[in-house]
Design a binder for this molecule. Structure first.
Ligand SMILES: NC(=O)c1ccc[n+]([C@@H]2O[C@H](COP(=O)([O-])OP(=O)(O)OC[C@H]3O[C@@H](n4cnc5c(N)ncnc54)[C@H](OP(=O)(O)O)[C@@H]3O)[C@@H](O)[C@H]2O)c1
Length: 348
């Protein structure tokens, strides 16, 4: 476990970075994303922080808190409903028109519901969009800006942060005896939707898509993170949410992470050298640097390979045979291909 003292020491060191880091927080009006955005504001000088969500009132409160923590922070709210990919495309165009580079893309949009398949006008299930398709569309659209952050010669190589963090759960499909399997004949779950399948597919497709991105884009690091239990608004669409939250908090308290600690821990995951991009991971291996041991093992089992499936405590999940079996079915290629096909069909 990465100790909280180490997390605080690392985050405090971010003050020495060149000012004006640019970060986009998708789902930044609430919960883990907001807490991480506030941590970024606390520990860096004049960061440019984009919050994406639907709620203007939540965004106004978030921006007021951010300015109080750090008057030099430059927050902007981009209001949009990202359950439609066309809105994702629009908001990405807006970001690209304002910013030449992007250091951090941090994503948490989602919800817990008891509803079945809920198709948007674009023909995709809303929950699957929030947990998977919209997130990957943000990455695909913003990769040119992430690459430019990596190539930014105005800062030292060590400061060229270019990272994607998606907060969901890399191993939900194998928890409680789950099979960790993808239905390659129906990745979109048009015919085989269930809440369990939706969670499993969003998790596994996120795992393998991000791994594929790390192979293809060695200058950017990709993290799929599990937050553990954090008391946020995530249950708001479940009937009796307030009562349920109270009960869950009581039952799950040994596994709960306070929301502020969660933000600090996710800021570590978003900025620490423990999760380097593939290029840096390979360079460190060759140089046999002292801190090599601290570089995390990538999701493909290779230290520093650019994609990391990370638990709430900063450790990567141990290799899992069921997930290995799914990867061996050519999961990375099939998931990338399927996702491209969906993007081509929906985003024309
Ligand atoms: N909290 C936990 O205990 C826990 C545990 C395991 C996994 N997770 C996963 O971690 C992620 C983050 O959870 P959280 O607890 O931080 O959730 P949260 O507090 O509910 O935050 C979700 C964010 O997503 C945004 N969002 C939802 N629907 C949207 C839409 N259609 N368009 C634009 N933005 C939308 C919300 O903003 P607006 O309301 O402004 O739109 C909000 O800012 C989720 O994927 C969740 O499944 C959470």
């Amino acid at each position: 476990m990465v100790s909280i003292q180490r997390i605080h020491a690392h985050n405090a060191s971010l003050k020495s970075l060149t000012p004006n880091l640019v970060a986009v927080f998708v789902g930044g009006t609430s919960g883990i994303s907001l807490s991480t955005a506030l941590a970024l504001a606390r520990h860096t000088i004049s960061p440019k922080i984009y919050l994406i969500g639907r709620s203007q009132s939540a965004a106004s409160a978030a921006i007021a808190s951010m300015k109080q923590i750090n008057p030099s922070a430059q927050p902007t709210f981009l209001q949009t409903d990202i359950s439609l990919l066309r809105n994702v495309d629009r908001v990405c165009r807006e970001i690209a028109a304002r910013e030449p580079k992007l250091n951090l893309l941090f994503m948490t949009p989602g919800l817990i519901t008891l509803h079945g398949r809920d198709e948007t006008v674009e023909g995709l299930d809303r929950k699957m969009v929030l947990h998977y398709y919209a997130r990957m569309r943000f990455v695909a659209n913003l990769l040119p800006l992430l690459k430019r952050a990596r190539e930014d010669v105005s800062v030292s190589v060590a400061e060229r942060l270019s990272r994607v963090v998606s907060v969901f759960d890399p191993i939900v499909s194998v928890r409680a005896g789950g099979a960790g399997a993808l239905n390659f004949d129906d990745l979109e779950l048009k015919r085989t939707f269930s809440l369990k399948n939706a969670g499993d597919h969003a998790s596994l497709m996120g795992d393998f898509w991000l791994e594929g991105m790390a192979e293809r884009h060695p200058g950017t690091a990709f993290v799929h993170a599990y937050p553990s239990g954090v008391a946020t608004g995530v249950l708001r669409e479940v009937p009796g949410a307030r009562l349920l939250s109270g009960v869950l908090k009581w039952v799950l308290w040994p596994f709960m992470v306070p929301v502020e600690e969660s933000g600090e821990r996710h800021l570590f995951a978003a900025t620490s050298g423990r999760f380097p991009c593939r290029e840096d991971g390979e360079a460190e291996q060759q140089q046999q640097q002292e801190e090599e041991e601290d570089v995390a093992v990538g999701s493909d089992g290779v230290r520093g390979s650019g994609c990391y499936w990370v638990s709430w405590n900063g450790e990567v999940f141990p290799r899992n045979q069921k997930l290995e079996k799914t990867r061996d079915q050519d999961a990375v290629t099939k998931v990338l291909q399927h996702t491209d096909e969906v993007f081509q069909r929906v985003c024309t």
